[in-house]
Design a protein around this ligand. Structure first.
Ligand code: E4P
Length: 217
C-alpha cells in the first residue's frame, strides 16, 4: 500500500519524506488557504521535495476553465496530478486529461456510483472521503469496500486513494480492504510509528545492554 501525505506544510513534507515511506502528496484548496501560502509556488516547491505524484486541485467548476487550469498546473512539474471534483464537468475534464496522458485524481467521492463513473472517465486515482462520511454517521470504510469490489469486478486500473483519514485505524482498515493508497495527515502518519510496548521494550533492552558494558561501534 502506498502512503501519501495530505499536507502543504513544506517543512513537514521535507522531514517526513526523509523516512523514505512517503509515496506522494495530496493538497486541497482549504489546506492552501489555511497555510496562507501561494498555491502555484507551493505546488512547485512540493514537487521539488518529493519524487511521487503531487495532487493539485483545480478551482474552476466549468469544463473549459478546468481544462485551462489543469493544463497550467500540469506544466509546473511532471509530478503534478490534476485533482478535479466529482461533478459532471469534473469527469468530462478527467476524460479529456486522461486522453492527453495527464494523470487525474477525482476528489470528493462519497458514493460507489460516483467511483464507477470516475473509473469510466479514466481517472488515475479516485479519492473516497472516509472521515467526512463518518462525521455524518455513514460508513466511510464500507465505501472503500464497495469500490474495491466493483473495481475488481471490471479490472479498472483506477487506484483507490482512501482520503479524509481521521485515525490510524482508518489506514489499517483501508489497507485490509485493498485500497491502493491512503492519504494521511502528518499527525496520523506520526501515530503509525507508535506503540507503548515498543517504547517499553526498547527501554528495557537498552537498560539491559548498558549493564553489559559493551559497545557495537
Ligand atoms: C484528500 O485529497 C483531501 O485533501 C483530504 O483527505 C480531505 O480530508 P478532510 O476531510 O480531513 O479535510
Amino acid at each position: 500500500m502506498k502512503l501519501f501525505l495530505d499536507s502543504v506544510d513544506l517543512e513537514v513534507i521535507n522531514s517526513l519524506s526523509k523516512t523514505g515511506l512517503i509515496d506522494g502528496i495530496t493538497t486541497n484548496p482549504s489546506l492552501i488557504a489555511s497555510s496562507g501560502m501561494n498555491f502555484l509556488e507551493t505546488i512547485k516547491k512540493i514537487c521539488d521535495l518529493v519524487d511521487g505524484p503531487v495532487s493539485a486541485e483545480v478551482t474552476a467548476t466549468d469544463f473549459k476553465s478546468m481544462l485551462l487550469e489543469g493544463q497550467k498546473l500540469s506544466k509546473i512539474s511532471s509530478n503534478v496530478v490534476i485533482k478535479v471534483p466529482l461533478t459532471k464537468d469534473g469527469l468530462k475534464a478527467c476524460k479529456a486529461f486522461s486522453k492527453q496522458g495527464i494523470r487525474v485524481n477525482v476528489t470528493l467521492c462519497f458514493s460507489t456510483a460516483q467511483a464507477l463513473l470516475a473509473a469510466k472517465a479514466g481517472a488515475t486515482f479516485i479519492s473516497p472521503f472516509i472521515g467526512r462520511l463518518d462525521d455524518l454517521g455513514a460508513d466511510g470504510i464500507n465505501l472503500i469496500a464497495e469500490i474495491v469490489e466493483i473495481y475488481n469486478n471490471f479490472n479498472f486500473q483506477t487506484e483507490i486513494l482512501a482520503a479524509s483519514i481521521r485515525s490510524v485505524q482508518d489506514v489499517v482498515d483501508s489497507a485490509k480492504l485493498g485500497a491502493d493508497i491512503a492519504t494521511i495527515p502528518p499527525k496520523i502518519f506520526e501515530g503509525m510509528f507508535l506503540h507503548p510496548l515498543t517504547n517499553k521494550g526498547l527501554e528495557s533492552f537498552l537498560a539491559d545492554w548498558s549493564k553489559t558494558g559493551q559497545s557495537i561501534l
